[in-house]
Design a protein around this ligand. Sequence first.
Ligand SMILES: Nc1ncnc2c1ncn2[C@@H]1O[C@H](COP(=O)(O)OP(=O)(O)OP(=O)(O)O)[C@@H](O)[C@H]1O
Ligand SMILES: [Mg+2]
Length: 344
Amino acid sequence: MTDSKQQPSVLHVGIDLGTSRSAVSASNGQRHVVESYVGWPVDMVARKVLKQDVLIGTPAIENRTMLDLHRPLERGLIKEGSEKDLEAVKQLLDHLIELAAGGKRKAKSQVRAVVGVPAEAMRVNKQQLANTLKGSVDALMIVSEPFAVAYGLDALLHSLIVDVGAGTTDFCLMRGHFPTEEDQRTLTHAGDSIDQNLLQLISEHHPEAQVSIFMVRAWKEKHGFVGKPQAPVKVTVPVRGKPTEIDITKEMRTACESIVEPIIETMLDLLPRVEPEFQARVRGNVILSGGSSLISGLRAALQKGLEPIGGGSIRSVKDPVFAGSEGCLAIALDAPDKDWEKLR
Ligand SMILES: Nc1ncnc2c1ncn2[C@@H]1O[C@H](COP(=O)(O)OP(=O)(O)OP(=O)(O)O)[C@@H](O)[C@H]1O
Ligand SMILES: [Mg+2]
């Protein structure tokens, strides 16, 4: 039985705190996703135009020329030593909780939140995150993001989760209990590193083209692929102010393929750690999640990478945007009282 049935005023929320976007799923049925950007007007002119003290998500990106814009997570961690980034994380989490409450958070209603963070952040950032959430939630549990995905899919035994996000790719071997540090890995080869690579390759090969990281990311989300190209990738960019078409097929392939080998190597390092009689089952039960898992051909390329150790089967989650937050919500609904850290 869940707490929500005993205490109708408890709102359970599952939050996937992501480098590029964060999602929330709540026990009242609310589901929202927000770009992980927070911005403050740079001066009184910007404040007058925007008529807001802080902007969060897509409005922050759209109005970025007027903002001190922060993307507070980097390679899966809250950027170190920056008060503004900590404040941005707080604003982002409060915003997600407000959205989850349907904008009608009652003063007396309790919020219990499970927050999924990259596996590496579990070691470093846990306390910082708890401090940030004091005053916003009543009880908190921080879990690793790939574990949350496994929980939500009920893939808790003999599975390997590979979550290819923006800041990090996270791996988690599931053995039917809470994963230990040895069961998890984090790589910084993920969506952001592809974007950086692609921007650099385009700047090298087309020095006259004016390109921003936001443009590059949008092209990747539309045309990203590994392996043989299905069609040439052509985009229009300003060259000395004139819209001009350039072909970026090769650059796109090279940038997207930059994450393939490191991910295969890590799977090949983790799988032999499974008890020998269960290795074939885990190889046959690899689950791919995260936004970057949508890169065309990636699943097949990774599955091919398992051939040297006898082959395996990799499947993609149905809903990469909400797989993490839904898993966090499932944990929140199941967790016994003693497992929560009470913040107030
Ligand atoms: N259709 C797509 N094709 C390729 N990449 C995509 C697509 N859609 C989203 N992405 C990329 O997926 C990444 C975002 O995925 P996700 O939301 O899982 O990451 P995150 O949770 O924000 O990051 P992290 O888990 O590393 O903290 C971004 O790099 C984005 O550009
Ligand atoms: Mg993520």
